[in-house]
Design a protein around this ligand. Sequence first.
Ligand code: ZN
Length: 379
Amino acid sequence: MDSTPTPTQTPSAETPSAPAPAQRTSPSANASPETMRALIKHRAGEGLALDEHRPVPEVGPRDVLIRVKKAGICGTDRHIWQWDDWAASRIPVGIVTGHEFVGVVEHTGSAVTQFSKGQRVSAEGHITAGLDYNSRTGAAHIARDTKILGVDRDGVFAEFVSVPEANVWPVHDDIPDRIAATFDPLGNAVHTVMAAGVSAKSVLVSGVGIIGLMGVTVARAAGASRIFCTDINPPRLELAKKLGAVEAFDASQGDHWIDEVRKATRGEGVDVLLEMSGAPTAIDEGFRALRNGGRAALLGLPAKPVTFDFNANIIFKGCEVLGINGRRVWETWFQMEELLLGGRLELDDIITHEFPIEQYEKAFETMISGEGIKVLMNL
Ligand code: ZN
């Protein structure tokens, strides 16, 4: 679907970003258009709407304007689509949604030095000023002032997105667009697995949705000895086995799977729990299946505060608990690139559908119904 009126596409070699003449796009012969197609949260209610005449974002001196090629639909976008309590309390109506993407540099601000027109890029969607305690001590992924693309500021379900140069990530030539479009969730999985440390360890992945499935292939690549999975969706459990899980348990059938996991692990329980579901029952059962002194990395987000047995599950168990947010910048990104370049990850069965952006309703329906796993839209 490359027939949309996009800006002039010149070969990248010809324009290294020399001192840029202007900081903002101005209408001249080969300048970018002034308006674009964008999927916006048009009202405080269900759905999104396609705006054909959204102004192209402004490009400050340190910003990079990226022409989006592929964008992934995330669970976050589903919340925004469905307009649940979280979305209603967080999302400004009128925003361009979406945060998972790959694209090509279209235009650079006057102070940008590392990127030039035509370069394939993705970006870290968590944007910070880089000046708070955590940003200055190597933990920018938990910065106090984080603004998220497509949540707090205009995102990537649009022909163009403007991102600070400090957040732009060059995509390696050997990594295809459809994979690069999933760096954001794949980075969540890589961050969770690497924070937990899985080498030569037994691992339970609790919840094999998109990121849980990615967690299985990442954990396998990172040297987990045996991977167990739980979910309530039989086809996803089958896929988890295909991706390397030794056992995949249907948790809708009760909690006796915990006994089986214990039996398989000297009566102890697994070394590592990767909690990817956010479901209260799964969290409780996951901790019960964790051995004393094990490590739990929690990525799944419960919809509301949960009741939890701290005594049995954490204190007497003496386990370590890690909260996982976003991706470590840029450690996670380098790890992810290494795993991909090493051919260690199996993502073909996880990235299941692609639709042109005009068919966004079908794309969301495919994702929300569970028929698709990772669904991409082409701009
Ligand atoms: Zn996402």
